[in-house]
Design a protein around this ligand. Structure first.
Ligand SMILES: Nc1nc2c(ncn2[C@@H]2O[C@H](COP(=O)(O)OP(=O)(O)OP(=O)(O)O)[C@@H](O)[C@H]2O)c(=O)[nH]1
Ligand SMILES: [Mg+2]
Length: 290
């Protein structure tokens, strides 16, 4: 097996970045790692993704904290939070447990799903493994049903290259309708570009139009559109009525409860409603109420 040198990697990655004044690399010095200082944050950013894709590696690189990382899946079983400052804005970054889906069939999935849905992060970064893209896209599509404020961190591009795989990240961004940034987080590659993309989505400079799966099942489409109408009437502030409708049709008890108890109606604030937390913060139930 040929081991790729870091210098090769940086050359390859640099090829994907335009060198100009608006280039995110230009703003590299703008990152200030704030550790556990999350006071007066302007934006909340969630890190979601399949297990073992490098979420905690990205988290540590941006916050300066040392959330545990390792090469086996399932290490992050609770939610960790840390801060950073970029381009004059303060961010709270939330490292979620790795999940293959957001159907809330396990505590991990529930923590991740509830945070993305009820925590209403300003941006959700989905960290995907460039060498196992197909498997990772399932979660991407699910997250994009819940929120349009998504940035894809196409991580482990060094691993992909080692296996002679090259992902056309521009094409992927076009097809998915959201920004895609190639990174090798372990080597600090691409993180400035990631921050610039997050900043653009957080500030509203970039408004994404995520791809939504079309099922082409007339009866389902009819049921969804009828439900969407009712959901929008009862909860006009809910940004993802279609996703809620699909979950209701699937009999998702958590979502049924959120509708029945009016919890969905609480999704009104511009800022996420989670409380201040700290690294190692353990979620017992919903992932945000402590
Ligand atoms: N080669 C390579 N390895 C990476 C990269 N990013 C992360 N890793 C390694 O991948 C392993 C998993 O990284 P983590 O950051 O713990 O992954 P995670 O997504 O937080 O994992 P869970 O919390 O279990 O979901 C670690 O050994 C990292 O050093 C990368 O870009 N390239
Ligand atoms: Mg982790």
């Amino acid at each position: 097996m040929v081991k790729q040198k870091d210098s090769d990697l940086s050359l390859n990655l640099k090829g994907t970045q335009a060198a100009c004044a608006t280039c995110p690399a230009h703003h590299a010095a703008n990152l200030k790692k704030l550790g556990v200082d999350m006071e007066n944050w302007d934006y909340v950013v969630a890190l979601a993704g399949n297990p073992n894709t490098g979420k905690s590696t990205v988290f540590n690189a941006l916050t300066g904290l040392r959330q545990h990382t390792g090469n086996w899946p399932g290490k992050t079983v609770t939610r960790a939070e840390g801060g950073f400052e970029y381009d004059g804005s303060r961010y709270k970054l939330v490292d979620l447990p790795g999940t293959y889906s957001l159907l809330a069939t396990s505590l991990d999935e529930e923590i991740a799903r509830d945070f993305i849905l009820f925590g209403q992060p300003d941006v959700t970064i989905v960290v995907v493994d460039a060498s196992r893209l197909e498997r990772n896209l399932n979660l991407v599509l699910q997250v994009m049903e819940i929120t349009s404020r998504v940035v894809i961190c196409l991580n482990l591009v060094d691993e992909a290259e080692r296996h002679n795989m090259q992902v056309d990240h521009r094409r992927l961004a076009r097809d998915l309708g959201v920004p895609v940034v190639p990174t090798a987080a372990r080597y600090n590659q691409g993180l400035e570009e990631l921050l610039a993309a997050v900043n653009e989505v957080a500030t509203g400079k970039v408004q994404s139009k995520p791809y939504h799966v079309k099922y082409n099942l007339p009866k389902l489409d009819l049921a969804v559109s009828q439900l969407v109408e009712q959901i929008q009437e009862a909860f006009p502030q809910v940004p993802n009525a279609r996703w809620v409708a699909l979950r209701l049709l699937d009999g998702d008890e958590r979502i049924i409860r959120a509708v029945e108890e009016g919890e969905l109606g609480d999704l009104t604030s511009d800022q996420p409603s989670l409380e201040e937390g700290s690294v190692g913060h353990v979620s017992q139930k919903s992932g945000f109420a402590q």
